[in-house]
Design a protein around this ligand. Structure first.
Ligand SMILES: Nc1ncnc2c1ncn2[C@@H]1O[C@H](COP(=O)(O)OP(=O)(O)O)[C@@H](O)[C@H]1O
Ligand SMILES: [Mg+2]
Length: 353
């Protein structure tokens, strides 16, 4: 089998540190992430739990990357469902982005270096990678597909419909929308505060949050993620990548990235969950500019997905719209942190009940 030619020093270093069984000898691959430049680790990282897969293994699992197993196509990758010999169901993400190999390697390393070091029920679990033939990341399979494909189920593509109930499925019920908002907030809070280093996801949106068997949301797609050293308030990045309609103003105009970039996108995410409207659609009006007048005037019921009728909890609606209005504030300093979102606004109300 052809071994992919490894161009960047980071990738060579990462794979030279892996023993044949795929487990890191040093117990850490922390220095080989992101821009390819070594950054000192804050504390010793826990041993990565992922391993290297052979190309034969993933080829067999996906039935030769058969089109019937294609479950998703994003901006950077094709994702296939696969089944290992032991019966475990996996998702194989094959990086497809056109462009130079170095750029592809950078995205591969970014995702591997971030999601490979995190463990949380609301983050998709990385099982390993394969660098034969192409660059592949292997994840636990999220059987219910993405939040986006469930929320906008009437607009399902052929591939997405494999993961969800079908084109005529009823609208996602309110209780599930609330559960997804809460779980996603927990996952984001963990990325910002709970793991080795601060991780900014940079592309929080409904197609990057997947659903487990029990509809637990799992943040995925760390292709644009950034580490933030403790001593830095923020970092400036170029080019500005992400999803139009979810980008915070300071990031969109100056490339400034910090936790508040994700907080802003989380605000848009909540508005999408409430309204069932996409951040941008064909109407030339973003979800945010449509929602702002209703938020400002307190006409909260106008924001609710019309398909739900009266089937929503008014107190939860008030809570979510309040959080969303804080998260999408133009000035980043006025947005809450995810800790505040969780403890002051979400858990506070749950405990009070
Ligand atoms: N672990 C997984 N389980 C099930 N489906 C997945 C998984 N990972 C990705 N997908 C599907 O593939 C799509 C694209 O994956 P993503 O990682 O977002 O790629 P991209 O970087 O190209 O956006 C997702 O929106 C989802 O539908
Ligand atoms: Mg994606």
């Amino acid at each position: 089998m052809k071994q992919l030619y490894l161009r960047s020093r980071s990738l060579k270093r990462l794979f030279s540190s892996l023993s044949p069984s795929g487990i890191s000898k040093k117990g850490s691959t922390e220095t080989s992430i992101d821009s390819g430049k070594a950054e000192p680790a804050v504390k010793p990282a826990p041993k990565p739990t992922w391993r290297c897969f052979s190309y034969e293994e993933i080829h067999k699992a996906t039935n030769g990357f058969h089109q019937d197993n294609l479950v998703g196509t994003g901006g950077y990758a094709e994702v296939y469902r696969g089944e290992l010999e032991n019966g475990q169901v996996i998702a194989v993400k094959r990086l497809t982005r056109a462009g130079n190999d170095e750029q592809k390697e950078k995205e591969f390393l970014t995702e591997l270096g971030t999601v490979g070091h995190v463990r949380h029920p609301n983050i998709t679990a990385l099982l390993g990678c394969c660098i034969d033939q192409d660059l592949h990341l292997i994840f636990e399979f999220s059987s219910r597909g993405s939040v986006s494909s469930n929320l906008h189920s009437t607009q399902l593509s052929h591939e997405e419909s494999r993961c969800t109930a079908g084109t005529n499925s009823p609208p996602m019920e309110w209780k599930l929308r609330y559960k997804i908002a809460l779980g996603t907030a927990r996952g984001l809070h963990y990325l910002h505060k709970g793991c080795q280093r601060r991780i900014i996801h940079r592309d929080i949106k409904t197609s990057n949050v997947l659903l487990s068997d029990s509809f637990e949301p799992q943040i995925s797609d760390f292709g644009l993620a950034k580490w933030l050293p403790t001593e830095w308030n923020h970092r400036a990045v170029a080019p500005i990548e992400g999803t139009f309609g979810c980008l915070a103003p300071e990031y969109f105009t100056h490339g400034i990235v910090d936790e508040k970039t994700d907080v802003f996108a989380f605000g848009v995410f909540i508005l999408e969950m409430i309204s069932g409207r996409k951040p941008v659609d064909g109407s030339h009006k973003s979800l945010l500019s449509w929602a702002r007048p209703y938020l400002n005037d307190g006409k909260l019921e106008m924001l609710v997905d019309a398909r739900l009728g009266e089937d929503y909890d008014i107190n939860q609606l008030k809570r979510l719209t309040f959080i969303a209005s804080l998260c999408v504030r133009a000035n980043a300093a006025w947005r809450p942190s995810m800790t505040e979102v969780i403890t002051d606004y979400l858990l506070f109300f749950i405990q009070k009940k």
